[in-house]
Design a protein around this ligand. Structure first.
Ligand code: FAD
Length: 503
């Protein structure tokens, strides 16, 4: 880039392209000329329908009205993810968003629960999280921050929505804010001969589009960052061996859950995402351990509604681009990297990349310091999310298939091993800097995956046993009463954001 930045070209119109277009057009308010090129012939990946609560921050930045957004994307609410058959066949736990119980003194609630568990007197850990307790009863309501100390003030929610409708929604939003969309297939990417910066793209129509900054949202191929610039890719398949997915919608069942389901199979797992008009399903699996026909048979025999389309077949390599921002090209979405959707983190990683870009936005001069800082923060974020996902595979007692034996026996990154080792002793967990998943998330997944600490924090013994019993009992009691008065998820959606009511 030389001189002041004036033009931005976004390549790709999937969720990442339109999320980029929406945020940049909203924030910069016409300061830059923003164009987006997409090709209907090539299409989008067509999945990406479960989110985490951070998406609310993105929607707030765009100043979206939640009910309107939910109606138009035919969305449902999400309180967490249920993991079935991960630790053992038949085991089940929920990673609920938000807090667990209430801290007491210096300690998190789980420490007191661990003591009672060691004595064989603990209740169900699920009853200490309002998100989990409500999810298990198919109840939902958003947090009421005005309710002070009540668990209802601390409900944390995210969304499930239709990926196609989401992109369409953001497209309308972006076009209203001046983004110019061009339909066409990019057939050539020109790099500057002296420094390798991207200069322009050429469409099949012959049109040549130059820009100062390029946002590569072109999907797995990374049309600019990889195919043209050869940035390089860090492959994490040895830690996350799944490399294929089959996705298929089915008709909606009456079981309208306010949570995503992730059910482990012999060489991967199956998702279930309830929307208002259909249920999304997919089987993520490792082609080294299972062939596609078998994966398809398993997927289709585990639908709880009528199959509505042929399966969409997707191949991927888990990992990330060596430099997510390279010269004047920032890769976003699948072009930047991919971590399987087990914890619904991909749309979040798009959002966080975009939000990270704003305070480091290039000005067209010497931007290398910004680029290095952006890449440092991005690497940290991807690696911490990667560790959290690996945990689900590593911490298992399953040994029924070669896939699970491989996962159980594999070496994991030292950063993850440290967390597991610390927790195993007496349940201590430390959030590292601004890593995405907080202590509550780690605790629920570690316990859910069968890592039960040998002891508990010595500070627990400052309280007498009757005090602890009363404290845990109170939390369970209050949460139980709150859940009892919450509406069902189906009733809440019908009242608040029924898609049939239109825009
Ligand atoms: P794409 O959707 O692939 O879009 C690429 C765009 O680039 C398209 O518009 C295409 O037309 C355009 N393009 C490509 N080449 C050219 C060309 N030559 N000329 C012009 N245009 C071109 N994320 C979540 O947060 N939650 C989930 O539950 C979840 N589930 C997933 C399940 C699976 C199996 C997979 C694979 C991903 C999942 N994701 C999920 C990730 C999520 O789908 C993606 O992060 C998201 O859809 C963004 O994709 P994208 O926009 O980067 O790429």
């Amino acid at each position: 880039m030389s001189g002041r930045l004036k033009t931005i070209l976004i390549v790709g119109g999937g969720s990442s392209g339109w999320m980029a277009a929406a945020l940049l057009s909203h924030l910069f308010q016409g300061l830059y000329k923003i164009r987006l090129v997409e090709s209907e012939d090539i299409g989008t990946v067509g999945v990406g329908e479960a989110t985490i609560p951070a998406i609310k921050k993105f929607n707030e930045l765009l100043e979206l009205d939640e009910a309107h957004f939910m109606r138009l994307t035919k969305g449902s609410f999400k309180l967490g993810i249920q993991f079935n058959n991960w630790d053992r066949i038949g085991s089940s736990y929920i990673h609920g968003f938000g807090v667990i119980g209430q801290d007491l003194g210096w300690l998190r609630c789980h420490q007191y629960w661990l003591k009672m568990r060691l004595q064989g007197e603990a209740g169900d850990f699920a009853n200490l999280s309002i998100n989990t307790a409500a999810a298990l009863k198919n109840k939902f309501m958003p947090a009421r921050p005005d309710m002070g100390d009540s668990p209802i003030a601390h409900i944390a929610h995210a969304y499930h929505f239709d990926a196609g409708l989401y992109a369409r929604y953001l497209r309308t939003y972006s076009e209203e804010r001046g983004v110019i969309r061009t339909e066409g297939k990019i057939t050539d990417v020109a790099l500057r001969s002296d420094d390798g910066f991207v200069e322009a793209v050429t469409l099949d129509s012959g049109e040549r589009i130059a820009a100062d900054l390029f946002i590569d949202c072109s999907g797995f191929r990374g049309l600019l960052t990889e195919a043209a610039m050869q940035t390089g890719y860090e492959d994490w398949t040895h830690w996350l061996p799944c490399d294929r997915a089959l996705a298929v919608p089915c008709s909606r069942s009456d079981n309208f859950t306010p949570y995503t389901k992730a059910t482990a199979h012999g060489a991967g797992w199956q998702w279930r995402i309830p929307l208002q008009h259909r249920t999304g399903n997919g089987h993520v699996f490792s082609s080294k351990y299972m062939d596609e026909a078998e994966a398809e048979r398993i997927l289709l025999s585990n639908l709880d509604g009528e199959q509505l389309a042929e399966p969409n077949r997707i191949r991927f390599v888990t990992g990330k681009r060596k430099k997510v921002w390279n010269k004047n090209c920032v890769a976003v979405g699948l072009a930047a990297g991919f971590l399987e959707p087990l914890e619904s983190t991909s749309l979040y990683l798009i959002q966080s990349s975009l939000i990270r870009l704003i305070p480091l936005f290039p000005d067209g001069g010497s931007d290398q310091a910004y680029i290095d800082e952006f890449n440092r923060q991005t690497d940290f974020e991807y690696e911490r999310v990667r560790d959290f996902i690996i945990l689900h595979y590593k911490a298992t007692q399953r040994d029924d298939t070669p896939f699970w034996r491989y996962c159980r026996d594999m070496e994991v990154p030292a950063t993850l091993q440290r967390k597991i080792d610390l927790f195993r002793v007496n349940g201590r967990i430390f959030r590292e800097d601004e890593e995405l998943f907080g202590e509550e998330s780690w605790i629920q997944v570690l316990l859910g995956q069968g890592i039960i600490p040998q002891g508990y924090d010595p500070l627990v013994d400052v309280r007498s046993e009757p005090q602890i019993v009363q404290y845990l009992g109170n939390i369970e009691n209050v949460i139980g009463k709150c859940v009892d008065v919450m509406p069902s998820h189906a009733d809440f959606v019908a009242r608040y954001c029924d898609a049939k009511a239109g825009a």
